[in-house]
Design a protein around this ligand. Structure first.
Ligand SMILES: Cc1cc2nc3c(=O)[nH]c(=O)nc-3n(C[C@H](O)[C@H](O)[C@H](O)COP(=O)(O)OP(=O)(O)OC[C@H]3O[C@@H](n4cnc5c(N)ncnc54)[C@H](O)[C@@H]3O)c2cc1C
Ligand code: FES
Length: 347
């Protein structure tokens, strides 16, 4: 079916199968449509149907909260066409710059599952065909037995890779994570759409790096640090990582983070912020290169940075409340340019 997007930068057309979400079809064909989560929560992929019809997959999606559904507003990540249609999208739209990283639909089998903590696992996805992605990007995973897709950031960073490493924190009552944690998911075939996301690390920007993560928000930062360390980025630039968890027992990837610090001649500092446990010592009990601090990770970051953000690119990911607190500080108080503050809200 033919989709026409009437945008602030002109009209664009692409084909979309009746089984395909309009957002995915447009992105896969190189159109840089607006989106953030790609899974129905943020509302960024808003479009208004002005001709033709669509089927809405998830009527209760939180992303509808600010939309005028009675006027034909839809979430392009949750709508499939039932006829040729035209959508008014109130945004400037361009073309995807790099054809290598265009998102596509693949399948993948789950392998090498490790339980990092009682409520955190990581695993590999063995992809049906190789994928090239930027450090900091994510994919949407689908289990045919569970309605809707779930977004997960890549932990590893490799070009043209057939393996994605994913980390998942269990959400109480969450359907996808309860399924993952309820038994051994090894061997299960999932749908994978991606790569997606704009919170990407571009080494050629040559900025000092600030990473602020809450819980599983560390996932994309691991890919960013992986790339930065491998390419010697911290020979020239400095990096500050603030990783927030509730207690020391909730921390994971500590040895990997200590390895990044060791490989960076101390130009990279990692601070673990504990929000629900008093902190009586300055460093991790077993890994002295990891600093400890008490409080919410956003507050710990603000205190430690003390208003000093010269030439900085910032990445933040994790629970929306935490990401919003970090964004408020970096954009409104520290006055970092919007283009240098990149985020993913794990809603
Ligand atoms: C960009 C991004 C990256 C993320 N990266 C990670 C990561 O690396 N690690 C991690 O642990 N978590 C990550 N998350 C959170 C993750 O996507 C899930 O929200 C989380 O694992 C909880 O999923 P659940 O199924 O257990 O919970 P649920 O509450 O069942 O579902 C959570 C999400 O699934 C989608 N959903 C639920 N029901 C439906 C439905 N009927 N139809 C369509 N969609 C539905 C919605 O997006 C909803 O917010 C990320 C989120 C985003 C947006
Ligand atoms: S991109 Fe569609 S709701 Fe977030």
């Amino acid at each position: 079916m033919k989709i026409t997007i009437d945008s602030n930068s002109g009209a664009f057309e692409f084909e979309c199968a009746p089984s395909e979400a309009i957002l995915r079809a447009g992105l896969a064909q190189g159109l840089a449509l607006p989106y953030e989560c790609a899974t129905g929560t943020c509302g960024t992929c808003r479009g208004r149907v002005t001709a033709g019809g669509v089927h809405v997959d998830w009527n209760e999606a939180p992303g509808y909260a600010k939309l005028k559904r009675e006027k034909g507003d839809i979430l392009m990540c949750q709508a499939r066409p039932t006829s040729d249609c035209t959508l008014r999208v109130p945004a400037k739209i361009g073309r995807h710059a790099n054809s290598e990283t265009l998102p596509a639909q693949r399948t993948a089998g789950i392998k090498n599952v490790r339980r990092l903590l009682q409520d955190v696992i990581d695993f590999d996805l063995a992809l049906s065909s190789p994928m090239t992605f930027e450090a900091g990007q994510f994919v949407v995973l689908e289990n045919p037995a569970i309605a809707g897709g779930r977004a997960y950031s890549m932990v590893n960073f490799e070009r043209a890779t057939s393996r994605l490493r994913i980390v998942v924190k269990q959400q109480s009552g969450g359907r996808f994570s309860e399924w993952l944690f309820g038994g051994d998911p090894t061997g299960t075939e999932l749908g994978v759409f991606g790569p997606l996301g704009a919170a990407t690390f571009q080494p050629e920007e040559g900025k000092d790096m600030l990473c602020v993560a809450g819980g599983s928000g560390i996932a994309g930062m691991m890919a960013i640090l992986n790339r930065a360390v491998r390419e010697g980025y911290f020979n020239e630039r400095s990096g500050r990582v603030f990783f927030g968890v509730r207690t020391l027992g909730d921390a994971f990837y500590m040895e990997e983070l200590a390895g990044f610090v060791a490989a960076s001649a101390d130009r990279l500092q990692v601070t673990l912020a504990l929000s629900h446990e008093p902190v009586a010592r300055a460093t991790h009990p077993h890994l002295p290169s990891i600093r400890l601090a008490g409080g919410m990770v956003s507050d710990v970051m603000v205190r430690a940075m003390a208003g000093s953000y010269p030439n900085t690119v910032a990445f933040t990911a994790g629970p929306p409340v935490m990401v919003d607190a970090v964004l408020r500080h970096l954009l409104h108080e520290a006055k970092l340019p919007r283009a240098l503050v990149r985020y993913d809200k794990f809603a």
